[in-house]
Design a protein around this ligand. Structure first.
Ligand code: PLP
Length: 372
């Protein structure tokens, strides 16, 4: 049986009858950049999460960068984030001229360890960026309390968590702003790069909108310098069609995750943990096995036609890009240990029970035959 890691073709086929005319309409109207399809998506996305503003942009990395710039972050500032994420999170911080300060992970959720944040706060700290990694909500209440206590802003990197909920609140609505990626493989994915920022703050929303569009509101009236980071009409029209399916796709992902949980019976597998009172959206389904089994398990699964991934094989502070920070493994022992043991199994809405049963059986059998 062949099981890809994600199956974008299956999803396209399931909505082709709506997507194709939506694309043709944008082309026939030459509504390529900005315009009514972009505005329509921004309105729909903001309404979906119950926030006042959605500012669209070119991708999820820009969304973080634009947010930081609109908050006035720059050289001399420090921004705290988590040691386990995609480099986009920390890259956007460094791009502003600010210093990235990493915090180790909670060993069960792989999200930022809220108990280790305060020790990293200095007089220069301006922002905390928790990441809702794998679609698992970060523990926001302690983070928000720390931010209040120290006068910091909070940006939720929600690139992997569209539609997730934390204690009755939508991910993306709790911090000062939240950023999303609509990279094709994301839970809500465009057919190219795309991103967005959501916020309830009118002044910040206007600044972010201006910064993303050359520092202007009206054509040729530039109040400041910014960047060219705009959503295009085709992506907006596609996202508009797909947004209506997000709840049912999320439900499917959650069903698949619980089936994996039930069928992965070998005690050598550590399964994902949801913290209390959250709805995780399983952008990724990440298990953990003994370090000495991880690579051979991946190879075995691939030989059986099952594609897997590792998110992420090197903790951010240990990347060559951050060698200048001079961190050692002992600075981030949990992120370092997890990076050697995690495996992401196939996860997408169109997966079916037979495939999940096949994958779980292969994992269980491999571990049983190889000493767990
Ligand atoms: C956690 C996280 N943050 C930020 C990004 C950046 O998004 P994009 O690829 O749209 O720039 C990604 C996606 O790759 C991500 O997974």
């Amino acid at each position: 049986m062949n099981v890809p890691f994600v199956d974008l073709k299956a999803q396209y086929q399931s909505i082709k009858s709506e997507i194709d005319p939506a694309i043709l309409t944008v082309i026939s109207e030459t509504a390529f950049v900005g315009g009514k399809y972009v505005e329509g998506f921004e309105k729909a996305f903001a309404e979906k999460f119950g926030v006042k503003h959605c500012v669209s942009c070119a991708n999820g990395t820009d969304a973080i960068y634009i947010t930081l710039k609109a908050l006035g972050i720059g050289p001399g500032d420090e921004v705290i984030t988590v040691a386990n994420s995609f480099i986009a999170t920390s890259e956007a911080i460094t791009l502003t001229g600010a210093k990235v300060v990493f915090v180790d992970i909670d060993p069960t959720t792989y999200n930022i360890d809220v108990n280790q944040i305060e020790a990293k706060i200095t007089a220069k700290t301006k922002v905390i960026i928790p990441v809702h990694l794998y679609g698992q909500p970060a523990d926001m209440d302690p983070i928000l309390a720390l931010a209040r206590k120290h006068g910091l802003k909070v940006i939720e990197d929600s690139a992997q968590a569209h539609g997730a909920r934390y204690k009755g609140r939508s991910i993306g609505t709790m911090g000062d702003a939240a950023t999303f990626s609509f990279y094709p493989g994301k839970n809500l994915g465009a057919y190219g790069d795309a991103g967005a920022i959501v916020t309830n703050n009118d002044e910040f929303a206007l600044k972010a909108k201006m910064f993303a569009n050359h520092g202007r509101v009206e054509k040729y009236d530039h109040a400041m310098e910014g960047v060219n980071s705009r959503l295009d009409g085709l992506q907006a029209a596609i996202l508009n069609v797909k947004l209506a399916y997000l709840p049912q796709w999320t439900e499917s992902r959650r069903r698949h995750a619980y089936l994996y949980n039930r069928l992965l019976t070998h005690p050598g597998v550590t399964k994902p943990t949801e913290i209390e009172n959250v709805i995780a959206v399983y952008h990724l389904y990440v298990i953990r096995v003994k370090r000495e089994r991880r690579d051979s398990l991946q190879k075995h699964l691939l030989a059986k036609g099952i594609s897997t991934g590792i998110h992420y094989p090197i903790p951010l502070p240990k990347l060559k890009a951050y060698a200048y920070l001079k961190h050692t493994d002992s600075d981030f022992p949990r992120a370092t240990a997890a990076a050697g043991e995690i495996v992401s199994l196939p996860m997408y809405a169109e997966l079916d029970e037979a495939k999940i049963a096949f994958i779980a059986d292969q994992v269980n059998t491999f571990l049983a035959n190889n000493g767990g």
